[in-house]
Design a binder for this molecule. Structure first.
Ligand code: TXE
Length: 471
């Protein structure tokens, strides 16, 4: 039996590397959620946080970053035990989380609004106002980082935030809350709501006092949230799934490309929205490239996440491992040939939620597994003869998050990059990520953009002022 994460009044976090309990947090009742919204509302009305000057808010945010970095090793271990990511990746996640606080502190201190050209005897200009209460709903794949990417700009803009972390990884959010308090964030400006999406989600997304929703997670939940936001006419940003193509042309640096393709699907055990989970190889190098890829993927060191030599840990939960395995079974039914993997490793890894790096060929471009997000270390491969072929297979399906293009011809990279329906294009690199570059999806991969300076404006509303000059 796979361990369950749910009990009545607490949420247990289960370490996916060994099935043992990694910790527990208290669940919030509907009444407690209501109370949290009341308190956030009061905090917004009183306005202690939003009325602080930008450089004062920025100083608080920098203190949060400092606390995160001071406790980096412990936080990395906490996250590792909750979602099984290798320790080196967890350490980077703490760095990324801290960077988000420092970055948005800097954006806040340097943010400028406009004096607009007058068309009469007045002075007109804009200022930015917070929405009030922002609900931030987050997933389990990189909790501390994704939570910081949302909360830092939302708080910088002067909002109060209700953070609902995933029930699979509830603990790191409480650390963020603790550091925010220590850093001097006024009471109830940030609160954490614990519970499953079904239990606490509806109250949070349907309450009229919640004036904006920011979400990262699956497309089905994203659609539920967008409907709730539409009903109340409040803005939402959605960062959803992907089925991103990696495209390898015959003229590419093939060693570089193989490395990028392997890291693109095995990094985070494929549980990244930008995982390069479908591969298109130009047909004249297909056999050669597939052979190299199979070899390199077979060398990926799957193992216990606390070992620095581990390249790929377990999946984040037993439930999710079972979902990935079921999708690979579906691929088999859809006619896939399993070139590599397709099983849960046994032996010393059998007590964890592990799944082997998996390579599937022979899927048609209208099969479910070519088009649906598997969110595991499972790469679906097809070949292409010409650009028309390529674009059909790369753009099919409902997602449009990212793509990788491997070629030495800049013109070809540019033309294909422009023709791909995706929010991020990587050329001769993959999953390069910068806080200062916008991130988000085309099609059903999302609405809105995260990261970058403009994200602070996403959590703000523009107010225009006219000052008459006739008195
Ligand atoms: O996601 P959910 P799940 C994809 C990936 C994965 C699939 C399902 O393909 O296999 O989604 O994962 C909260 N109202 N991604 O089930 O349900 C929930 O409690 C309000 C891609 O874990 O979207 C959690 O906090 N909130 C992805 C958050 O939504 C609700 C990362 C995400 O859970 C809710 C994760 C409701 N009705 C999964 N229902 C990415 N883009 O990186 C659920 N939640």
């Amino acid at each position: 039996m796979t361990p369950s994460t749910q009990q009545s009044e607490v949420i247990l976090s289960i370490n996916p590397a060994n099935g043992q309990v990694a910790g527990q947090v208290e669940k919030n009742s509907e009444r407690q959620v209501e109370r949290a919204i009341d308190l956030a509302n009061q905090a917004h009305i009183e306005g202690t946080w939003r009325k602080m000057l930008p450089h004062e808010r920025a100083a608080t945010m920098r203190r949060i970053a400092a606390y995160l970095l001071e406790d980096k090793e412990r936080l990395a271990l906490l996250q590792m035990r909750e979602n099984g990511k290798p320790i080196l990746e967890c350490l980077r996640i703490v760095d990324n989380a801290a960077n988000a606080w420092v970055y948005y502190a800097a954006v806040l201190e340097t943010l400028e609004t406009e004096v607009t050209p007058p068309r009469g005897n007045y002075l007109s200009h804009t200022i930015l106002e917070p929405f009030g209460i922002v609900a931030a709903i987050t997933p389990w794949n990189s909790p501390l980082m994704i939570e910081s990417y949302k909360i830092a700009p939302a708080l910088a803009a002067g909002n109060c935030v209700l953070l609902k972390p995933s029930e699979e990884t509830p603990q790191t959010s409480l650390e963020l809350l603790k550091f925010a308090k220590l850093a001097g964030l006024p009471d109830h400006t940030l609160q954490v709501i614990q519970g499953t999406g079904a239990e606490v989600g509806p109250k949070l997304i349907n309450d009229d006092r919640v004036q904006m929703i920011t979400f990262t997670g699956g497309t089905a939940t994203g659609r539920t949230i967008a409907k709730a936001a539409a009903e109340r006419l409040v803005p939402c940003t959605l960062e959803l799934g992907g089925k991103s193509p990696q495209i390898v042309f015959a003229d590419a640096d093939l060693d570089l490309a193989v490395d990028g393709v392997v890291k693109g699907i095995c990094g985070a055990a494929g549980q990244s929205c930008t995982a390069g989970s479908r591969l298109l190889i130009e047909s004249r190098i297909y056999d050669d490239f597939l052979g190299k890829l199979k070899y390199e993927m077979s060398l990926v060191r799957v193992g216990a996440p606390h070992l620095e030599t581990t390249q790929m840990g377990p999946l984040a939960s037993f439930k999710h491992r079972d979902r990935v395995a079921a999708l690979v079974d579906l691929a088999r039914e859809e006619g896939a040939t399993v070139e590599l993997g397709g099983f849960s490793p046994q032996g010393e890894l059998s007590s964890g939620a592990y799944y082997a790096p998996t390579l599937l060929t022979g899927l048609s471009n209208n099969s479910r597994t070519w088009n649906e997000e598997i969110f595991g270390p499972v790469l679906c491969v097809r070949s292409f003869d010409d650009i028309e072929d390529l674009m059909r297979d790369a753009n099919c399906g409902s997602y449009g998050l990212a793509a990788g293009i491997w070629t030495r011809e800049f013109q070809k990279a540019w033309d294909v990059g422009r023709a791909i329906d995706a929010g991020t294009i990587w050329i001769n690199t993959y999953e390069q990520s910068s806080l200062s570059t916008p991130f988000g999806g085309f099609k059903q991969s999302g609405i809105g953009r995260e990261k970058a300076a403009q994200c602070l404006r996403t959590y703000s509303q523009i107010k225009s002022f006219y000052w008459g000059m006739n008195t």
